[in-house]
Design a protein around this ligand. Structure first.
Ligand SMILES: Cc1ncc(COP(=O)(O)O)c(C=O)c1O
Length: 439
């Protein structure tokens, strides 16, 4: 039991009363491991919250942050600039899809999402299409917690009780275990269903009323669901057909998760706007960003008098020199260690094989993978749905493994720097935990 006072910090997305009875405190991290208060190691198969892609406690990043703090800790980003922010922005463009060469920095994925929605709106207004105000999102989608993102949420618990914008329609969720169970990579079924729903929404609302579609290329918090084959290409095609912007929420899929720097590149589909955060600097200093097509920025600039800001929007900590310095150091690691592409090479293959070898575990009804992402779904059976996941999650933690429970889906996103033997340790601890709960 901890001797910390647990009363004062109201933790996010936490059952606080349960936590206070059974606190789980980490005190240290290194490489692919977190360390509990009792000293026990916990293999971090979630890369924190999908963010520590370069592994924990990288000295290069720590040194860069320290040096930057001593050189220039902060300067206001409104009407001023700093070298690290401009340098980081330029370096990032070496990895973005063609035509996307602008970034608007934020502090988080949630802010990136709301910023993206505002840019999309402003763009439509600037080009004389002010009637295009509606959005299309997707069931099971997660887009952060600000009011815009909450309105785009396809996860019911994250919407109920909160203020939301009403001008949103939802495509069907991509998880279809009845038809796609145990697919490796992109499953077969679902593109046609999405296209029908898309056309239905357009027919109902009118293309002239729709501003943008926002989707995660791979559904993350909704249970790690890769897109069916041809799905993203079809969404792009339909957006073009109806003159609707396409926003990829790459907060999870960015920075090497899929086997390319961004899922947009991985799937060969260029969105108009791309949100990002988390792994942008290895999860070390809060930072997010909205990547925008040059042409979208230009349209907004052309519409705005030269005497005023083109975008009345921004955060105090947008692109701070410290976050950008962390980003530059993280980028050096991503590039020099080949982390943007390792998920599509031998490591990704080994990960997929290890994951699919769990098929013989009791009550497993589906296993999914893409890049260095994975999910194992359990049949809730007679028990109320969503009761197994938390039990397996707790047993994993006790056995030295951090994975994530989304209902009865156990979801994984290891650091990209994970080794083969650590993937073996994951399999060992996961198997043991599941058997202890269900065996
Ligand atoms: C797809 C997606 N968008 C947005 C967010 C919100 O990011 P943040 O928690 O940094 O606000 C998340 C967080 O998990 C996410 O997965």
């Amino acid at each position: 039991m901890t001797d910390l006072n647990l009363e004062h910090w109201w933790q996010p997305f936490t059952n606080v009363r349960a936590f206070q009875k059974n606190p789980r405190i980490f005190t240290r991290a290194e490489g692919s491991f977190l360390f509990r208060e009792d000293g026990g190691d916990v293999l971090d198969i979630t890369a924190g919250l999908w963010c520590c892609n370069i592994g924990h406690a990288r000295k290069e990043v720590a040194d860069a942050v320290h040096a930057q703090l001593m050189e220039l800790d902060y300067a206001p980003p409104f009407q001023f600039g700093t070298p690290p922010a401009f340098q980081f922005a330029s370096r990032l463009m070496e990895h973005t899809p063609e035509g996307i060469n602008r970034i608007f920095f934020t502090n988080s994925g949630s802010e990136a999402v709301d910023t993206a929605l505002k840019i999309a709106h402003l763009y439509q207004f600037a080009r004389g299409k002010g009637s295009k105000t509606r959005f299309i999102s997707r069931e099971q989608g997660y887009h952060g917690v600000n009011v815009g993102g909450t309105s785009m949420q396809g996860l019911p618990t994250n919407r109920h009780g909160f203020p939301v914008l009403n001008e949103v329609d939802f495509l069907p969720g991509m998880l279809d275990i009845s038809r796609n169970a145990f697919s490796r990579g992109c499953p077969e079924h679902g593109t046609e269903r999405m296209a029908e729903a898309f056309e239905h929404i357009v027919a109902l609302r009118g293309a002239d009323s729709i501003c943008a579609v926002i989707i995660e290329p791979i559904s993350g918090a909704g249970g790690m669901v890769p897109p069916p084959r041809g799905y993203l290409q079809k969404v792009r095609e339909l957006c073009d057909k109806h003159d609707i912007l396409l926003i990829f929420d790459e907060v999870i899929t960015g920075f090497g998760r899929t086997g390319s720097a961004f899922a947009a590149t991985e799937f060969g589909v260029t969105p108009d706007i791309m949100t990002s955060a988390k792994a942008i600097n290895g999860g070390t200093v809060p930072m997010g960003g909205v990547f925008v097509k040059d042409s979208i920025q230009q349209t907004i600039f052309d519409h705005t008098p030269e005497t005023v800001p083109e975008f009345f929007h921004g955060n105090t900590y947008a692109g701070t020199p410290v976050a950008a310095a962390a980003g530059l150091a993280a980028l050096d690691i991503y590039e020099s260690e080949g982390l943007f592409t390792c998920a599509s090479g031998a490591k990704g293959e080994h990960w997929a094989n290890t994951l699919h070898a769990m098929k013989d575990l009791p009550s497993v009804i589906d296993i999914r993978n893409y890049g260095l992402l994975g999910a194992v779904s359990f049949d809730p059976g007679e028990a109320p749905a969503k009761s197994l996941g938390p039990k397996i999650h707790q047993r994993c933690y006790e056995n030295g493994l951090l994975c994530r429970a989304v209902g009865d889906h156990m979801v994984m996103s290891p650091p990209l720097s994970i080794t083969e033997s650590e993937i073996g340790l994951f399999a060992e601890r996961f198997r043991k935990s599941v058997l202890e709960v269900l065996g």
